[in-house]
Design a protein around this ligand. Structure first.
Ligand SMILES: NC(=O)c1ccc[n+]([C@@H]2O[C@H](COP(=O)([O-])OP(=O)(O)OC[C@H]3O[C@@H](n4cnc5c(N)ncnc54)[C@H](OP(=O)(O)O)[C@@H]3O)[C@@H](O)[C@H]2O)c1
Length: 327
C-alpha cells in the first residue's frame, strides 16, 4: 500500500510525553515537525534541536499561525486541551490531542463541535488501542472466541511521587480518574462495544485531586465492568475480559513501550494458554493511523466523540461517588 504524504506538524508544549514517545513516532513515520513552542524558550530550543525542528514559536498561538501546517499535536495539561484544540480547529488544523480528551465532558463536546465545524479530524491519543496485541484482544472479543462477554476488569495504578506534577493540580485537570481512569473505562467501553447505563463508584481524594477510585459499570447487554485506578498503590496494570466460554488477560495493557512483547493469557476450562504477541511501538501505529485518516478520510479509531463518552463515564463515577472520600 502506498503511504500517504507526510504531515507537517506543529507541537504545543515541551511535554514529557512529546519528547519521550510522540515526537520520535512522528519522525519515524516520516512526518515533518515544522514548529513547536514552549512557555520556556530555552526548553523549546533544546527540543527543536533534538528533533530538527526549524521554527520555535513565540507561544502556542504563534505555532498555530505558521503557514502550511497540516496538524497539531497537543500534549498540554488536560484543562488546556479544549482551548488549544478549538484554536487549532479555527486555523483549519487537524488535531491529535493527548488523553484524556479534556477535563470535563462539556469541554470535550465543544472540541468535537469545533473540529466538526472546521471541518478537521480530532483524535484522542489513546495509543494502546493501536498496539497489535490490543488489536488481537479486540478480535478475540468480537469473533466469539470468548463466548458472550460477561465482564471486563481493568486496573491501572502507580505511586505518584509528591512534588510538582500536572497530575496533582485540579486546575490543570489532575487526579487519577482523568489521568488513568480513561484507560480503564475506555477499555471496558471499547471491548464491550457499548456505554454503561449506570455506575457505582468510590472516589478518594487527597488535597484538590482524586487519588484512588473504584467503580462498577453496568451495561444493557447484561455485562458488567470493574475499574480501579490509584496514584497511591504499586505500579500495576491488568485487563481481563471474561466471556461465557473463556477469559483473556492482558498484562501491562496500557503502556506497552517499544520492545515489550508480553503474551496474552487465554484461560479455558481451567487451562491457561499463552498467546504470543509482537513487540511494537503503539505511538508509531497511532501516528500512522492519524496520518492516513487526515490524508484519506479513513475513520479514526480513537475519535474525539469516543473520548467524550469516556469523559461522561468518568464524570458519572464522580457523581455517583458523591464526594465520598478521605484526605
Ligand atoms: N498517551 C500517553 O502515553 C501519555 C503519557 C503521559 C501523559 N499523557 C498526557 O499528555 C499530557 C501531558 O502529560 P506529561 O506527562 O507529558 O506532562 P508534562 O511533562 O507536565 O507536560 C505538560 C506540558 O504542558 C505545558 N503547560 C502549559 N501550561 C502549563 C501549566 N500551567 N503547568 C504545567 N505545564 C503547562 C508545559 O509545556 P511548556 O512549559 O513547554 O509550554 C508542559 O511541558 C497530559 O494530557 C497527559 O494525560 C499521555
Amino acid at each position: 500500500m502506498t503511504r500517504p504524504p507526510p504531515l507537517r506538524w506543529g507541537v504545543l508544549g515541551a511535554a514529557w510525553i512529546a519528547e519521550r514517545a510522540v515526537l520520535p513516532a512522528i519522525r519515524a513515520e516520516g512526518g515533518a515537525i515544522v514548529a513547536l513552542a514552549s512557555r520556556d524558550r530555552d526548553r523549546a530550543q533544546a527540543l527543536a534541536r533534538r528533533f530538527q525542528v526549524a521554527r520555535v514559536g513565540d507561544g502556542y498561538q504563534d505555532v498555530l499561525d505558521v503557514p502550511g501546517l497540516d496538524a497539531v499535536y497537543i500534549p498540554l495539561p488536560n484543562s488546556l486541551h479544549a482551548r488549544w484544540t478549538i484554536a487549532a480547529a479555527a486555523r483549519g488544523l487537524h488535531v491529535l490531542c493527548e488523553k484524556p480528551l479534556a477535563d470535563h465532558p462539556d469541554a470535550g463536546r465543544r472540541m468535537v463541535e469545533a473540529c466538526a465545524a472546521a471541518p478537521v479530524a480530532l483524535a484522542e491519543a489513546v495509543m494502546y488501542r493501536y498496539h497489535p496485541r490490543m488489536e488481537a484482544v479486540e478480535r478475540c472479543c468480537r469473533d466469539g472466541e470468548l463466548g458472550e462477554l460477561r465482564h471486563v476488569a481493568a486496573h491501572f495504578s502507580f505511586p505518584l511521587a509528591p512534588g510538582p506534577n500536572i497530575r496533582w493540580d485540579a486546575r490543570l485537570g489532575g487526579g487519577a480518574l482523568l489521568d488513568v481512569g480513561g484507560y480503564a473505562v475506555g477499555a471496558a467501553r471499547w471491548l464491550l462495544g457499548a456505554d454503561p447505563v449506570r455506575v457505582a463508584a468510590v472516589v478518594r481524594r487527597q488535597g484538590s485531586v482524586d487519588v484512588q477510585a473504584a467503580a462498577v459499570l453496568d451495561f444493557a447487554t447484561g455485562a458488567t465492568a470493574s475499574v480501579a485506578v490509584s496514584f497511591q498503590a504499586a505500579e500495576h496494570q491488568r485487563l481481563t475480559v471474561v466471556g461465557t466460554r473463556a477469559s483473556l488477560t492482558v498484562p501491562r495493557p496500557f503502556t506497552a513501550w517499544v520492545g515489550e512483547a508480553l503474551p496474552l493469557e487465554l484461560e479455558r476450562d481451567g487451562a491457561t494458554t499463552l498467546i504470543p504477541t509482537p513487540a511494537a511501538d503503539p505511538y508509531r501505529a497511532m501516528v500512522r493511523a492519524f496520518t492516513l485518516a487526515v490524508r484519506t478520510g479513513a475513520p479514526l479509531r480513537t475519535p474525539g466523540a469516543d473520548g467524550v463518552r469516556t469523559l461522561e463515564v468518568l464524570q458519572a463515577c464522580r457523581d455517583a461517588a458523591g464526594g465520598v472520600g478521605a484526605g
